[in-house]
Design a protein around this ligand. Structure first.
Ligand code: G3P
Ligand code: MG
Length: 351
């Protein structure tokens, strides 16, 4: 039993508020903590390391399993984070695993996209592995001087042979995290999508395509914003719609979709009820307030606003938003400089 569940069960009266933290541009720039994030999170724990306030990470990013992300974040941020506290852009893909049971699906993006999908229950192949099965599918490959880092481990139990990959119809494509090689991925995805999942073979109905988020830009370590998955989606869609008579069909997950906030609310509830017993367990917990701390007005603040009660949005100036006043189109309930300031405000309000 983790210190978190022990501590929450011991709380005399359970807190009626919770916090969802965006990661990029709020807690981290690349992998560097910003805005006093380590100090801010430390304030949510007792001196003995037990958790005082239920909180989750609500990021549109991803590329690794929730458990790996939890352990990476724990070492960067200096607190003990549970996998269940990590909600990534691709986390809702898990709910689709039943629909594609035994189907071959392709997973694209940086990090370990196939590993993530495998853990969710999919029979997934990374787009790197998929592309490597088809000779000459990317005519630019010989000109690419970089190598693809082999980070996606392939346990023997799920090794799919080249022959199997080439003969099986791809039933869906998932953009799990930001794609690395846009030109190769646009080419290979167009091949999969316009042939009904059999590149180079025939023309067929487009298989479903899912994106983990639709962020046009996000804040990383470079001073100005970087192009995100939404930019890749526009590139893919523009090309596809020029080479194919029927427009690209796709579904995007992630913030600002209201269901992401509903899911965060239930995860926060579960976190709170984790070790509760008896009448405590039966009493349905209603949060009076849930705080979303984000840096991106059109994603984090827009999402919290659309989700409505009990969400309260706090915009920091450490990421995409760098304005002096509030954002004109998606004004937050509160604008602060840093995440530490946000946590100080929350704790003073809820004390
Ligand atoms: O690729 C990550 C980015 O799109 C957003 O991450 O943590 O700001 O939601 P975050
Ligand atoms: Mg962000």
């Amino acid at each position: 039993v983790s210190s978190i569940s022990r501590s929450l069960s011991q709380l005399h009266s359970r807190p009626s508020f919770g916090i969802a933290f965006d990661i990029d541009g709020v807690l981290l720039l690349g992998s560097t903590p910003i805005g006093g994030s380590q100090k801010a999170l430390a304030k949510l724990y007792e001196d003995n390391g037990a958790l005082k306030v239920p909180y989750v990470f609500l990021t549109n990013g991803g590329g690794v399993t929730e458990s790996k992300r939890a352990s990476d974040l724990s070492s960067i941020l200096g607190v003990d984070i549970l996998p269940s506290q990590v909600i990534q852009g691709h986390s809702p893909f898990k709910k689709l695993a039943k629909r594609f049971e035994n189907d071959l699906v392709v997973a694209a993006g940086k990090g370990e996209p196939a590993e993530v999908m495998y853990e969710y229950g999919f029979n997934a192949v990374s787009i790197d592995e998929y592309a490597s099965c088809f000779d000459n599918i990317d005519p630019l490959a010989p000109y690419k001087i970089w190598g693809v880092r082999q980070t996606d481990p392939k346990p023997a139990s799920r090794k799919v042979s080249k022959g199997d990959i080439m003969s099986q119809r791809v039933k869906a494509a998932f953009i799990v995290s930001d794609p690395v090689d846009w030109s190769r991925d646009i080419q290979v995805l167009c091949d999969i999508l316009r042939t009904g999942g059999l590149p180079g073979r025939e023309v067929g109905k487009q298989p479903p395509l899912y994106f983990a988020n639709d962020d046009l830009e996000y804040q990383a370590a470079f001073p100005s914003e970087r192009l995100g998955m939404g930019a890749f989606r526009i590139a893919l869609e523009s090309v596809y719609n020029r080479i194919h008579p029927v427009g690209l069909e796709y579904t995007s997950y992630g913030k600002p979709n209201p269901f992401v906030f509903e899911n965060a609310e239930s995860v926060l509830k579960e976190l709170l009820l984790l070790n509760a017993t008896g009448s405590n367990k039966e009493a349905a917990h209603q949060f009076k307030k849930l705080y979303m701390v984000g840096d991106n007005p059109s994603v984090d603040i827009n999402g919290a606003r659309k989700a409505g009660h009990p969400w309260f949005s706090i915009l920091t100036r450490t990421g995409v938003f760098k304005g002096k006043d509030n954002h004109p189109k998606y004004p937050a309930d509160l604008v602060v400089d840093t995440v530490e300031e946000a946590v100080n405000f929350i704790l003073s309000k809820e004390a």
